[in-house]
Structure formats: structure tokens, C-alpha cells
Design a protein around this ligand. Structure first.
Ligand code: ADP
Length: 270
């Protein structure tokens, strides 16, 4: 073969390889799209039935006509349905965050009102665990934020506080407004988190008691969601030791959306 023939055959091979790469790339884009669509669908499919358990039950619990036994049972069902909802959401949102598809849906909200509403979901558990549950949350504290995401941040912090604080303990929720920022603090007097673990617990799947020691269950995703949702708002979360040795989480959030962001007028339904 002549040098020219060699060159031509090399060129033909290169162009065939190029074509193949293009096709593979297109296929991977399509797979990515399908995966995203799948997670959106499954998220809807799993959460909707749970919402349809939680909403009627919440309405039923608002009635005065329930006996103490009925109320106790309904509260147990509601608590577990909410736990499942939270865990399903954490799992699906991690997938969504990984795909880079998580957008912040800014709306005008009252952060004080939202904090109170979320905190009240733990009233019955506080009573049951004989926990002194203290709320220092002024209203209104108006801001621009994604209510659903802030709700999840609070839910995850409170669920942890209630999970790790032994019966008879103390939990305190505080909201402050300062220099254009809202600071939400969730403090408990449970075992706290050792200093060398205070950063890693925000990583996905990380738990202080890993492996066979696990006494508390959980997915290890809660604090990762707290951090990532807070940072999507350009806020930050810190973890310190509370005065009495427990955990103290502080979430700082700008009260204003970044300039140029669309802010919806309707506030997020809780
Ligand atoms: P999960 O609670 O599902 O294990 P998280 O990401 O919410 O996952 O928390 C990670 C770990 O951080 C927990 O497993 C626990 O070891 C520790 N942790 C979180 N909150 C508290 C708390 N309030 N008190 C003590 N330890 C905590």
C-alpha cells in the first residue's frame, strides 16, 4: 500500500470512531434525561400517596371529638407517615442534587410562621418523650426563600434533635433576624457530636455511630440535605456544642433572594 492509501484508511477509521463517540455521547445524554425523568416521576408517585395519608389525618386530628386513645393512635400514624415522607424526600432529593437539577423556588414567606408550623409537628412527640420543648420564634420575619426547602432543613434538624435527645431532655428552637440574615438555631441536650465529627456528619451517609454500632437507624442523608439546601440559598450551617453538652445547629439565611432572581408572590403551602 502506498502512503496515501495508509493515510486514507487512517482517516476513515478516525471518522468512524468519531461517529461512534458522537452516538455514545448522544445515548448518554438520553439516558441522563430518562434518569432525571424517572426520579421526577418516582418522586411524585411515592410522595403523593403519603400526602394523601398525611392531609386527612392532620384534619382528623384537628377535631375535638377524638378520644384520647384514638388521638394517640392517629398521632403515631401521622408521625410515621411524616417520617417516611421525609426519608423518601431525602433520598430522592440527593439524586436530584447529584444530577444538578435542584432549583430554588423563591417566594415571599414568613420564616417565623414557617418555623412555628414545622416545630409544632413535634409537639406530640415532645409530650410523649417528656421533653421540655421551647420555642423562641418571633413573627413575622419576612424573607424571600424556598419555603419547602427551608421546611425540610428544619424538619431534618428537629427530627435529629428528637431522635438523639433522651426522654426528659430539652430542645430549643430560636429564630433571630440580624443584618439582613435570619438565623435559625436548633439546640438539644442530648449526647452532642464529638468535635472531630462535626464536619463529616454533613457528608452524605455519614453517621457518628457507623457500622454495627448503629442504634438509632436513619439514612445519614438528613444533614447533607440541610447543608445543601442551605447553601443553595447562599446561606451556611454551623454545628457547635450547646452549653449543656448537646448539639447546637445554626442555619444562617439571607433574607433576600440574589438580585435578579424571580420571587413568586404566593407563599408556599405547608
Ligand atoms: P441520620 O440522622 O439519618 O443518621 P443525619 O445526616 O441527619 O443522618 O445525621 C448524621 C449523624 O449525625 C447522625 O447519625 C448522628 O450520628 C449525628 N447527629 C445528627 N444530629 C444529631 C444530634 N442532634 N445529636 C447527636 N448526634 C446527631
Amino acid at each position: 500500500r502506498t502512503a496515501q492509501q495508509n493515510t486514507e484508511s487512517a482517516l476513515a477509521q478516525t471518522s468512524a470512531a468519531k461517529e461512534e463517540i458522537t452516538q455514545l455521547y448522544q445515548k448518554s445524554l438520553e439516558l441522563d434525561r430518562l434518569k432525571t425523568e424517572f426520579f421526577a416521576n418516582i418522586s411524585h408517585e411515592l410522595r403523593t400517596p403519603l400526602t394523601l395519608i398525611i392531609s386527612p389525618l392532620t384534619r382528623r386530628l384537628a377535631l375535638d371529638s377524638l378520644s384520647a386513645a384514638e388521638r394517640g393512635e392517629d398521632e403515631l400514624i401521622l408521625r410515621n407517615a411524616r417520617l417516611l415522607y421525609r426519608q423518601v424526600s431525602d433520598l430522592l432529593d440527593v439524586a436530584k442534587l447529584e444530577a444538578g437539577h435542584m432549583a430554588v423556588d423563591y417566594a415571599y414567606i414568613d420564616l417565623g410562621e414557617l418555623t412555628r408550623a414545622v416545630a409544632s409537628q413535634f409537639d406530640s412527640l415532645a409530650k410523649e418523650k417528656n421533653i421540655s420543648y421551647c420555642l423562641d420564634v418571633p413573627v413575622p420575619i419576612r424573607g424571600e426563600a424556598d419555603g419547602e426547602k427551608i421546611q425540610r432543613v428544619l424538619l431534618n434538624l428537629l427530627a435529629n434533635a428528637f431522635k438523639f435527645t433522651p426522654d426528659g431532655g430539652n430542645i430549643r428552637v430560636t429564630l433571630r433576624e440580624n443584618a439582613g440574615m435570619a438565623v435559625i438555631m436548633v439546640e438539644d441536650n442530648g449526647p452532642g457530636i464529638p468535635e472531630d465529627m462535626r464536619e463529616v456528619v454533613f457528608e452524605r451517609f455519614r453517621q457518628v455511630e457507623g457500622g454495627a454500632q448503629r442504634r438509632f437507624g436513619g439514612t445519614g442523608l438528613g444533614l447533607a440535605i440541610v447543608k445543601e439546601f442551605t447553601e443553595l440559598h447562599l446561606g451556611s450551617v454551623t454545628l457547635n456544642q450547646a452549653v449543656d453538652g448537646g448539639a447546637l445547629f445554626s442555619v444562617s439565611l439571607p433574607l433576600q433572594a440574589p438580585s435578579g432572581t424571580l420571587v413568586r408572590d404566593t407563599s408556599t403551602r405547608l
